[in-house]
Ligand binder design. Structure first.
Ligand SMILES: NC(=O)c1ccc[n+]([C@@H]2O[C@H](COP(=O)([O-])OP(=O)(O)OC[C@H]3O[C@@H](n4cnc5c(N)ncnc54)[C@H](OP(=O)(O)O)[C@@H]3O)[C@@H](O)[C@H]2O)c1
Length: 283
């Protein structure tokens, strides 16, 4: 039975991944979430009768909780795991639209924002990978997947002048190197470390996304200034991908991501970040 562990399936893309993977009764799907009771309740309501879903508690900023989740996973799956999907992530609304120079006017707030992003999106995932590697080594598929972002792509940043969301982009860029380092170490064991950008996905980070097709998911657009910044950034995306039709649903995004994961090979994906198209076209 193919086995999956997904972090952060309490909502958003993670929940959609959980839904699609558990539709196949042959799959066993474990998710690690911060609020176990709330996630179990959501699953009971929205995915009734799925006997192949198991919910464990774990917070990426609390390494002991991830070790406990590993122990519980072993009780459920035995000594092997096929695919680990590091989906959980911190998306900073605070720094979503400002350039680093403006964020620098409040050094304490910028420190806090950078540290939280690094702790969750980078350090937490490094611990997660190390803790779960013994099971992945015994799995059939041997894939460790990070749900990352095209915002981490230096080429895109320079091409369209994408100065926004520096701290978040930096945290995701760091994960590109984390994957490259793990890949360099574990290629000989056939374990694939890969990043996938899920596209631009409506996961509720913006109140009225449909009013602006290019609304960004990192901002709760509460002020007119933020809305203007949002529209300005949307203009950059529109110039980059004139055919872009706006946000994807979590369901469509999860389908695209899983398609990339199923087809992934060491040659094409090992240590690499690709988009939901499977290449470096981000929108
Ligand atoms: N949405 C997009 O357009 C988009 C684009 C590119 C990349 N991504 C990436 O895709 C992934 C999912 O995004 P999303 O839009 O679905 O985000 P989301 O709706 O904000 O969900 C984030 C998930 O991460 C979990 N999480 C946050 N901090 C955590 C921590 N310290 N420990 C464990 N879990 C934690 C959340 O749990 P709680 O429910 O407990 O808060 C939640 O399940 C993220 O890695 C994001 O960076 C998203």
């Amino acid at each position: 039975m193919p086995s999956y562990v997904i972090t952060g399936a309490s909502r958003g893309i993670g929940f959609a991944l959980l839904d699609q993977l558990s539709e196949d009764a042959n799959n066993v799907v474990v998710t690690i979430v911060r609020n176990k009771a709330a996630t179990e309740s959501k699953i009971t309501t929205e995915l009734p009768g799925r006997k192949n879903i198991f919910v464990l508690q774990g917070d990426l900023t609390d390494v002991e909780s991830i070790k406990n989740a590993f122990t519980e996973t072993k009780k459920l799956l035995g000594d092997s795991l096929d695919v680990l999907i590091a989906n959980a992530g911190y998306i900073s609304d605070y720094s979503g639209f400002l350039p680093l120079s403006e964020l620098g006017s409040d050094t304490k707030a910028l420190d806090a924002d950078l540290n939280q992003l690094f702790q969750v999106n980078v350090v937490g995932n490094i611990h997660l990978f190390n803790i779960f590697l013994p099971l992945i080594k015994n799995g059939q598929a041997k894939k460790i997947v990070t749900i990352s972002s095209g915002m981490s792509d230096e080429k895109l940043t320079l091409e369209i002048g994408l100065f926004e969301a520096g701290p978040y982009s930096i945290s995701k860029a760091a994960m590109n190197m984390v994957n490259a380092k793990f890949q360099a170490e574990f290629k000989k064991e056939g374990i694939i470390f890969m990043g996938v950008c899920p596209g631009s996905v409506d996961t509720g980070h913006y109140d009225n996304p449909r009013e602006n097709a290019y609304a960004d998911w990192r901002l709760l657009a509460v002020s007119p200034e933020d809305l203007q910044r949002n529209i300005a950034m949307g203009g950059k995306f529109a110039g980059y991908a004139p055919g872009f039709k706006g946000w994807a649903t979590p369901r469509d995004s999860a389908r695209d991501v899983l398609n990339i994961v199923q087809k992934a090979t060491m040659e094409a994906n090992g240590g690499q970040l690709v988009s939901h198209f499977g290449n470096k076209q981000w929108l």
